[in-house]
Design a protein around this ligand. Sequence first.
Ligand code: GAL
Length: 877
Amino acid sequence: MDFPLITSCSCRSTVLRILLFLSLHLPVFALTGAIPQQEARRISLNSGWRFQRSTSTPDNLSYSKLKQWILPSANNFIVDSTKHARRPADQPDNVTISQPSFDDSSWEKLNLPHDWAVKGPFYTASNAVIGGGMGRLPIQGVGWYRRNFSANTADKAKSVYLDIDGAMSYAMVWLNGNLVGGWPYGYASFRLDLTPYLSVGDNTLAIRLDNTVDSSRFYPGAGIYRNVWLTKVSTTHVGQTGTWISCKQVSNQSATLDLVVQVENAANGGVRAEVDVTTDVHIFDSGTGKAGEKVAQFPSAAVALEAGKRQSVNSSVTVQKPRLWGPRPAQEPNLYIAITRLRIGGQVIDTFETRFGIRSLQYGNDGLRINGQRVYLQGVNQHHDLGSLGAAFSIEAAERQLSMLQDMGCNAVRTSHNPPAPELLDLADQMGVLILNEIFDTWKSQKVRNDFHLIFNDWYEADLRAFLRRDRNHPSVVIWSYGNEVAEQGGGKSGADTAQRLEDIVREEDPTRQTTVGMNSASADSAFSSVVDLIGLNYQGEGRTGSTGSFPSFRSKFPNKMIFSTESASAISTRGTYLFPVTNGSSSAVKDGQGGDSKAMYVSAYELYAVDWGASADKVFVSQDRASYVAGEFVWTGWDYLGEPTPYNSARSSYFGIIDLAGFPKDRFYLYQSRWNPTVRTAHILPHWNWPDRVGQVTPVHVFSSGDEAELFLNGVSQGRQKKDQSTYRFRWDKVTYQPGELQVTTYKAGAIWANATVRTTGQATQLKLSTYRERTVIRADGSDLSFISVAVTDDKGNVVPQASGTITFSIQGPGTIVATDNGDPTDMAPFPSKDRKAFAGLALAIVRANADTTGTITVKATSTGLQAAELILEIA
Ligand code: GAL
């Protein structure tokens, strides 16, 4: 076996996952990824914005008109300085909306993160301007954001930067009427230097965004949908890309850390700076969210910097008996924090903190090893939207997504197909989730007419380097992907050349990790497949329904490369919806009468159906088990997402998720849990057992279990005992004749009883039941914390009535807001902020936020005609 040993470490994170649940009373920083010292460098600019959107061009501006002023924002990320864009000497023509004197008092008041499209309404026409692919939500148009902030004379002597974690898209920023710069790619995080335009007193920021139709294959979101920061530092400071810590010779006994600190002297007026650089390494104390015991100190360095220059300072140190970072559940995600101090004349002038982890990575021809232990990739793809919250980032929503995936046994996420919010990586670091970090869905050739291909040539280098420098400290990031199903796969030499250019950039910025591209059509013999380090295959590896797949051909061409599925399955289903007849096979392409109902736009939840380029989970498992060298998979997808409602384009959201858009697990969840998390005593029966129209008809019953044998009983009568063989992943009784009553399954493992499950024909719906995610009934009044409240329609005995679909009305008393409601039904066109939401398969969800700076309690009430209402009290902490 050939295992090139490659190690790496890394960055910003907060408290360990467990603390997220136990620490409901912790100060805000514990959940937000911010930490006190770092906070002193940067303050949140999320509150107090004015906003206006227009579907016409209200200002006669466009990216192409102002491009000369925008391109220089990329210069720090373009290595060849002869290619740097020169900023025109003058400002562009006066832009009224950017002027401090402009009256925005009639504009909407709001706080960030903000997605202007998510409130809807959904476009329902078949020829809508934004169709199913992009989620039928009004992302298009020009959005302006304005807010003031004040600066004092001390600030005027500093460097002042605006850090935007993500703005969709074509951002352009003015300060006090001066165009500062911008960044077109809506998924990028970027920094702009406000210093030259800063005034003592009031300052007016104005940000213009512009979203075109046909700019994405899925829902992109719209607006400043991630956090925004104002960073104020001494003119000599740790630069934007901060520090880079990598590790080598990692073992339980010791590890060597290599540190690069980027020091910048941005002083105007030619002041040379003599700077001492020191960095201490501490254990990151998960109990307090602060630096704990100091374990090492990098040798200090002195650097003399002329004004306007930046320089990297390198040093190394060995840590004894390191507490290694690794993915859960096999390992522990231990973190460290490095505290870098810059001193001039003995005075500390800047302090910069880097949270990181120590671990080794080996990419072998039989899989991925972390700290020497093989970790099979049990991964999922995730788009960046958070369902009914849209693209507006919420750390609570992201944590809910990751932790439900972890419960299923998922240990890895591919950020399909673009850079995630920085806090998503902080969560992954602290929760022990592996990340395949991906940047592009298109290169030079378009997938849709207004996508990234329009700006690829101007921006690919800056976007790629900025992404790598931002994220390379995170220990959770184990693979870089610089593309997904790009058309260049089939482009012969020229496609391979583009790939090589991107590959070279990754190598320059991070020699410690390997790369991939999701390849759906490149063959093993193509020039393209030879460029990437790791063979990442979309569907072709395991093969679509009825085919054997291309794992063997890639294996024989690349016997020493790691091979895995960057996308697998693309199975589709609608939670709680079972259609008959049920296919006899283990995987079928969906069509009417075969798992699909194009009129109702539902796909059967028997979990045997897929798109015709994909396959069911069961079929994928067979292929993987036959190719034991395969390193694992990233299922398409973990959660449903907005847009791409294949196979029914008139719907609003996807059918691919293992978990639906509202966060309710589909049956498939238990199929994956049975395989991925086999120590959980899973036994899950499908379908539900309320079929008044099917009495006497054949109604197949399937069971997902981590047991190896199972016996099913209908009203106490055995339907047979079955054993799983090597290529079956479910128990199926396909000849059960429906009669109301009780289905009960007993599963066994190695002959002993393992897990039981029961499904009953329920009585009439009589009442509503409310519950909170993880039974968390405390909410912080920080203006961002969210409570996820589920409502179930039940009978007298508390059984969820599986076909209940009546309208539920949510209301609230106390200082809170119902931000969104949902039910996971991809065809439901009620706007997300609606307080009325139909139950879908017996369930619905309301998301509640406490108003900032309030105390007391919030009472959430759910009512529905003819049903007993329910109330739940949230305590504001
Ligand atoms: C893939 C693509 C994904 C998604 C998926 C749906 O080809 O990479 O973005 O579209 O198909 O099956």
